[in-house]
Design a protein around this ligand. Structure first.
Ligand code: GDP
Length: 445
């Protein structure tokens, strides 16, 4: 079952004890599981395929963060990619209801939760936005549906258009519009008829109503449990009627939310709300994060990885400081420093921030140091072997020549880098010896 995606992934990655960059093979193995899981969550095959391809490109070669397993990290990458695909409207809960009375057209199949959602949204507009709302049922085929809306209206304290026998949906829509204008309503919601399946008559009726009402929003209500069918329904409604957003209902059920992913990928329509139960408050604006977590069934891992990524840099820096104070400052440390300097706004910016480095910052400025030089220096360090980086004192003339040639620099440039490394090392050592009151130790606090 789908719940086991995290277990599947951990199973795959537990066998890999080595931490480091995610290899092509690791990622492929993991993504096979992700693909199966997506299909089980009722994501359509082409969507799942495209998605996996995208993740593969992002994940391969990514450094694995310490304190999480590679499997967990892949989950995080998958999660972020899901959020990316799902993201639709910037502010999904913000319905266009200026220029009162604003018509909102509700469409969808019978049993999708359309009437319930109409009432839930009316309640939300009333309570959250302080709007005066009028609801009207246009389901002339099913008197019970019209009564259902009236009952819900009483329950939530929202007016419904009185039922007049013998009217057709277009007539009801017109009457709702008049009533909404005369009655000073901000919004009027038109709950159109539903059918068990899409047919020409249903679509024609919705189109006719749309033409007289000219709705500000046309919200399609679909049952989130129906997965792939929901996507077909959405495509059809959008082609024929034109929808401005989707409401996915029954997201409180066992469905895994795969429909949401396909919905967005196939129709391009934003999901605006999700229904989370039968109660009138059980509606929320759509949050891609939550659905992604639901599809993966593993919200905790994502925050775990995020936290680990935040702390890793601090950990690295602290370790380096400790070693530097003991006089163990090698080329790897220097490289890391140079990289951080680029990240932190160049050498001068960085030195300006470090206590006791003001003087050096000035020298740096005078020497015309800039990011280009930093990058050249990093290139020289990259041309060194592992052994040379750890013990720069072994760099004899022949090694220096090789390194300079390998990075497209001169031996004199390399000598300058070595001198800087020595000076920095000496300085760090001195600072370390200053003991408890040492500047670096203070900086570390
Ligand atoms: P309509 O035919 O599309 O108007 O559907 P209804 O609004 O009558 O809803 C059909 C059934 O689904 C009712 O029993 C609702 O209470 C229920 N329902 C609607 N939305 C949700 C939801 O988000 N979660 C759950 N669990 N049930 C819902």
């Amino acid at each position: 079952m789908f719940e086991n995606l995290s277990e599947r992934l951990s199973g795959v990655f537990d066998r890999l004890t080595k931490q480091g960059a995610l290899s092509d093979e690791d990622v492929k193995t993991a993504l096979r599981e992700v693909r199966v899981a997506l299909l089980e969550a009722d994501v359509s095959l082409p969507v799942a395929r495209d998605f996996v391809k995208k993740v593969q490109e992002q994940a391969t070669g990514q450094a694995v963060t310490k304190s999480v397993t590679p499997g967990q990290q892949v989950v995080k990458i998958v999660h972020d990619a899901l959020v990316d695909v799902l993201r639709g409207a910037d502010d999904p809960g913000n319905l266009k209801i200026d220029n009162p009375p604003a018509p909102i057209l509700m469409v969808g199949l019978q049993g999708s939760g359309k009437t319930t959602t109409t009432a839930k949204l009316a309640k939300r507009l009333k309570e959250k936005d302080g709007k005066r709302v009028l609801m009207a049922s246009l389901d002339t085929n099913r008197p019970a549906a019209m009564e259902q809306l009236a009952i819900l209206g009483v329950q939530i304290g929202v007016d419904t258009l009185p039922i007049v026998k013998g009217e057709n949906p277009v007539q009801i829509a017109k009457r709702a519009k008049t009533q909404a204008s005369l009655g000073g309503y901000d919004v009027y919601m038109l709950d159109t008829a539903g059918r068990l399946h899409i047919d020409a008559e249903l679509i024609q009726q919705a189109a006719d109503v749309r033409d007289v009402a000219n709705p500000r929003e046309t919200l399609l209500v679909v049952d989130g449990l129906t997965g792939q069918d929901a996507v077909n329904v959405a495509t059809e409604f959008d082609d024929k009627i034109g929808v401005t957003g989707v409401v996915l209902t029954r997201m409180d059920g066992d469905g895994r939310g795969g429909a949401a992913l396909s919905m967005r990928a196939v129709t391009g329509k934003p999901i605006r709300f999700v229904g989370l139960g039968e109660k009138m408050d059980a509606i929320e604006t759509f949050e891609p994060d939550r659905i992604a977590g639901r599809i993966l069934g593993m919200g905790d891992i994502v925050s775990l990885v995020e936290k680990a990524q935040e702390t890793i840099e601090a950990e690295q820096a602290e370790k380096m400081m400790k070693r530097m104070m003991k006089g163990q400052f090698n080329m790897n440390d220097l490289k890391m420093q140079l990289e951080q300097m680029i990240q932190m706004g160049g050498m001068q910016g960085m030195m300006g921030m470090m206590p006791g480095m003001g003087k050096m910052a000035k020298q740096v400025e005078e020497a015309g140091f800039d990011d280009k030089i930093l990058k050249q220096q990093i290139a020289m360090i990259q041309s060194m072997t592992k052994k040379e980086r750890a013990n720069p004192q072994i760099l004899a003339a022949s090694r220096k020549k090789r390194i300079a040639a390998g990075s497209g620099m001169q031996v004199s440039d390399l000598n300058k880098l070595m001198k800087m490394h020595r000076q920095m090392g000496d300085m760090m050592k001195k600072m370390g010896k200053m003991g408890k009151g040492g500047m670096l130790k203070q900086a570390m606090k």
